[in-house]
Design a binder for this molecule. Structure first.
Ligand code: MLT
Length: 321
């Protein structure tokens, strides 16, 4: 199996212009625009490990956090377009276009898509000793004393912030929002009882829920998740309009040669089909998306989410700048 895969990648290499034929010629950097320990970091490390085996070069994950993922994204935009710098980010790249009115880059022109990596739902979670017993009770508590409740997220534009924005909009009540530099620090603050609520991707929330380190009230999927079968959907809990799934995508700087993008996209697609990766993603409630591991699929996903989130963010009237 692996020999055949390697043979197909080698055959693909041979059909490329010289600049791509010796690619990659040194270790690759994969920028994760959030702190270590969060879902983006987790997806990146598993993906990088599998892609590096196929490309024959190590892929080093570099966490460059800040400003809801835009700091790390800008670093990728400005990197040498030689294929040795990648960005792994999620739907926050789509929402940044509206949230950051002075955004220093345009993700649709300053980055080149390689492919969609994964998809994961989210869960509304709380510190383990939070009093509410159900989503309905939590919603009533937020409506009653929202400003006394702290809601932690991973920065303006992070999936957790978008989830919180939708939750507060549906309940028509603001909570006290506390930003962190990634989902990892958010989960630490929740398990440490330093904040009250959060909304995190099942990728990292599911293990914490299963170990009772945090309390889960609802999932943001249309149906219950196998990783948290006893946790109802938000709709079952009486809160509609809270369906969010978080896709992750892989990008390179815009001027990266298409031949190199093709090599990266093929390696991504093969990595996402690898049985070890599929098992590891399943263990963290995350779905690999090999059929969408193409530049066209990621470009379409990014474009549709820019359009989907623009009116929601404008209606909430909360901007980063
Ligand atoms: C988010 O809220 O977007 C994520 O938790 C950030 C991360 O992947 O750390």
């Amino acid at each position: 199996m692996r020999t055949a895969l390697l043979a197909s990648v080698v055959a693909l290499f041979a059909s490329f212009p010289a600049q791509a034929q010796d690619f990659p010629k040194r270790p690759i950097t994969m920028i994760v625009p959030f702190a270590a320990g969060g879902p983006t970091d987790t997806v990146a490390r598993v993906t990088a490990e599998n892609m590096s085996r196929l490309l024959g070069q190590s892929i080093i994950v570099e966490n460059i956090a800040g400003a809801g993922g835009t700091t790390g994204s800008l670093r990728a935009v400005r990197a040498d377009p030689d294929g040795h710098t990648l960005l792994l980010h999620h739907l926050g790249l789509a929402t940044a276009v509206t949230l950051y009115r002075k955004l220093a880059f345009d993700p649709t022109t300053d980055l080149k898509p390689v492919g969609v990596v994964s998809d994961a739902n989210m869960a509304i979670i709380a510190r383990p000793d939070y009093a509410a017993a159900t989503m309905a009770e939590l919603a009533a508590d937020i409506r009653k004393r929202g400003d006394q409740i702290t809601f932690a997220h991973a920065g303006l534009g992070a999936a957790s912030q978008l989830c919180g924005m939708l939750l507060m909009s549906q309940l028509q009540k603001q909570m006290t929002v506390v930003p962190f530099r990634g989902g990892g620090p958010v989960l630490q603050a929740l398990t440490g009882k330093q904040v009250d609520l959060g909304c995190e991707q099942a990728t990292t929330a599911a293990p914490q829920v299963q170990s009772n380190s945090v309390k889960a009230y609802a999932v943001t999927s249309a149906s219950r998740l196998p990783s948290m079968p006893t946790v109802p959907t938000a709709a079952e809990g009486g809160v509609n309009g809270l369906e969010i799934s978080v896709w992750h995508g892989l990008y390179v700087p815009a001027k990266t040669p298409d031949a190199i993008v093709q090599i990266l996209s093929k390696a991504l697609g093969e990595a996402l089909r690898d049985p070890t990766l599929v098992k590891r993603f399943a263990d963290i409630a995350t779905d690999p998306t090999p059929t969408k591991a193409t530049p066209a699929a990621l470009a379409a996903t990014l474009k549709s989410d820019i359009e989907r989130w623009r009116p929601l963010i404008n209606a909430a009237g909360q901007y980063a700048d």
